[in-house]
Structures are given as C-alpha cells and as structure tokens.
Design a protein around this ligand. Sequence first.
Ligand code: 8YV
Length: 330
Amino acid sequence: NKKRPKVYVTRKLPEPVETRMRELFDTELNIDDTPRTQHELVAAMQTMDVLVPTVTDRIDAAMIAQARPNLKLIANFGNGTDNIDVIAAADKGIAVTNTPNVLSEDTADMTMALILAVPRRLTEGARILEESGQWSGWSPTWMLGRRIWGKRLGIIGMGRIGVAVARRAKAFGLSIHYHNRNRVHPGTEEELEATYWDSLDQMLARVDIVSVNCPSTPATFHLLSARRLDLLRSEAYIVNTARGGIIDEAALIKNLQAGKIAGAGLDVFEHEPAVNPKFIRLAEEGKVVMLPHMGSATIEGRIDMGEKVIINIRTVFDGHRPPDRVLPGI
Ligand code: 8YV
C-alpha cells in the first residue's frame, strides 16, 4: 500500500488525462486554467512531490532553491524544457522529464503548413474572401506566389521534429539541407537525400527556405542573429515552430521591412504571448504569417503528452529512471 504521489498540475489538461491522473495520484488540478503565479508555484514546490508545469510556467533557479526535499520530479508537459532551470534542479536532486516524440509529427505538419502558407499567400487569399465575401475576379497575373517545388529547404536542428519536417518537405519536392551539432545517421541522410552543412552561415546563404527546429538553449539564443539573417537571399523565407528567442526578432523585422528577406512563418515569438506590433503590419502586407504557438496543438497530441507525463511520474515513484529524463547540458 504505497503512498500516492502528490501531483500539482499548473494548467488545465485534456479530460482523459486529468481523470487518469486523479485515479493514480493525489492530484491538484487547475480547473479554470488561470496561469499560476510564481508564489503559487513555489508554494506547490514546498508541499507536493511532483510539479507538472507547461511552457507558460517559468521555473527558475531561485524558485528551485525554495523547493523542499519532498519535490522529486518536475514532469514538464511539453517537449522544450527551456522554461525550467534543469541545472539548478539537478543540483538539488530533482529529476526533470519532458514529453518527446509524441508531438514531433504534429509540429512538423504545422511547420509544413507555414512553409506553404507564406510563399503561396494562403492567409492573404483567405482574407480577401473573409473580408468581402467575393473577389474582383480571376486573372492570370493575380495573387501569384512563389513555387515551393524544387526549392532548397535548410533545416536548423535535425532532431525528431527536423527529420519529420524533412520527410514531408521531400514529398513536396524540396531538396533537404540541414545544419546540426552532429550529422544524423547515414541511413537517415540517405533516405532524405539530405545535405549536411557543418557551417550554418554557408547553408543560410544557399537555401530558399529556412526552418528552425532546434531546442532553445543558451547556445541557440539569437542563433539567427542580425549578421546571420543578412546572409539570407532576398527571395528566402524563414519558418519558426521552435522558440522565438532563437531568432533576433528585431533584426528579422528590419530585414522583412527592407525586403532583404521575402517572408516569415512564425508560430513562436520572443516574448510570448506578446507579439511585436511590427509583425502585424508585416502580416497585413502578406510578408508574415503568424500563429499563436499552435505547433503541437492537437487533441490526440495533448492526450499523448499527458500519458507521457503519467508514465514518467509512475516510473519515478516505482523507483526507476523515468524514460524521458532531461539531463542538464543536453
Ligand atoms: C506546447 C511546445 O505548447 O512542447 C513544446 O516544447 O512548445 C508545445 O508543444 C508546450 O509543450 C506546452 O507545454
């Protein structure tokens, strides 16, 4: 008759996940989904065994320092763990887990949607009909976008999501280029007919579309800096479904305004949920398509993520290593 772990969930999760959690754990849910304050999170870290935060909860070193020894696990409901100071947690003996794999395909779908949406002027076209209910009439030179087929896609970060993007893009007739800390397995490179670029700078100068699919870490902060954005061709597009901070937004805005880059598809922003109003202007001009961080937002994906969280919690309280342990520095 083992003690049930006390689990604190910071946001509303899908019904089946909450039901299962309640069956298995002493669970404190967030029924009305109002984001918890830092004070409430620290209080939870002092009384509960497990914290289940999401991308919207920043768990920094100062908060972790105030946690009591009862807190064994921070089981992040999400893939990226840039919201958590994983090093501070490790120093205090608190395990951190995430929810990899289950959201890669959904995120890759949304990446592909943005790769198509900007050059093919999807939102601009939709807006014409939404705003007036009709259009002035078809013409051979009207609403022309840029062809996707035959173009070069440069993927930054060839992990699970990057590979899922590459598979889709290949089927759309794009050639695959990538930059990553390491080359992927030769079999994967062969399957994707992918070209590896050791130098990000050189890849940026040669591709038509850039897709950002790497994690947000101190090393990738403003990886697409003003200097690197200047390397892009003026016909190039950028798509970001990873984290806003990987791109220097101010520099991106400048280059979009100046026509030094053709367009951007953005699902993530540097200061979410705030969005730089200059992007809105650029969206009106058809240079930018924006989504409010919806990359992994499917019902199935969220349920799968919840199951991963549950498995991680159960494994830790069964005395084993959780399958999705996030180690500092990785
Ligand atoms: C979710 C994400 O919005 O997993 C991630 O890293 O950015 C998104 O899939 C997030 O996980 C919710 O915590």
